[in-house]
Design a protein around this ligand. Structure first.
Ligand SMILES: Cc1cc2nc3c(=O)[nH]c(=O)nc-3n(C[C@H](O)[C@H](O)[C@H](O)COP(=O)(O)O)c2cc1C
Length: 195
């Protein structure tokens, strides 16, 4: 079984979402020592923006990487993604990855009855970090967006491990991280039932 681990924070070692995504993967590995883990850092190793030239497959190397990214996603049973909130949404580096895996005919298709997701049967865990507090607020274009994208692709098993309000004060950050870390076993436990 394969786990795909992605990070998208630009804050390196100071990143909350990186700390949480690594902790999620570590707990998953501890329960399943034979687990194959593939990692991509979308900050240091970003994908190019999707352009008209990308859709036309004008650059063979870019088209090859795009195909590889899609196959890497499709070959993973578990996907763990570190996702900071940037300007109320997700980092553009993660959006660039989503643009490569949302592919008509592979991960979704349109039918006479509406869109149909083709990438079901895998689990996605989001390690979410936000400077402010946005849960259940109209200011949240990060988590609802991710719910929509993965649901559209047919993935109904989406978990969030969330640290929010981390920029409010050092105490908020410490407490938010502790609460998020405490939520990891439940998220991993849910995942492990599928193993
Ligand atoms: C470029 C940038 C944009 C941000 N935009 C928001 C925002 O819109 N709302 C918010 O609550 N926090 C915002 N923050 C704060 C981050 O969400 C917060 O620092 C979070 O911990 C980032 O995740 P990370 O620690 O994994 O990098 C922003 C931070 C950066 C660097």
């Amino acid at each position: 079984m394969k786990l795909l681990h992605l990070d998208s924070s630009a804050l390196g070692a100071n990143s909350v979402s990186r700390e949480l995504s690594a902790a999620i993967v570590a707990q998953w590995q501890a329960r399943h020592p034979g687990l194959e883990v593939e990692y991509r850092d979308l900050d240091s190793n970003p994908l190019p923006h999707l352009t008209g030239a990308s859709l036309a497959k004008a650059d063979p190397a870019e088209a090859e990487e795009s195909a590889r990214v899609l196959e890497q996603f499709l070959s993973a049973t578990i996907v763990v993604i570190g996702v900071p909130m940037y300007n109320f949404g997700i980092p553009s580096t993660l959006k660039a990855w989503i643009d490569r895996i949302a592919v008509a005919g592979r991960t979704f298709r349109y039918t006479a009855n509406g869109p149909e997701g083709l990438a079901g049967g895998r689990k996605v865990i989001i390690a979410s970090a936000r400077g402010g507090v946005h849960s259940n607020s109209p200011s949240d274009f990060q988590e609802p967006y991710l719910r929509q994208v993965f649901a559209f692709l047919g993935i109904d098993d989406l978990q969030f491990v969330r640290a929010e309000g981390v920029s409010l004060s050092p105490q908020h950050r410490t407490e938010a991280l502790a609460a998020a870390r405490a939520a990891i076993p439940a998220a991993v436990g849910t995942v492990s039932q599928a193993a």
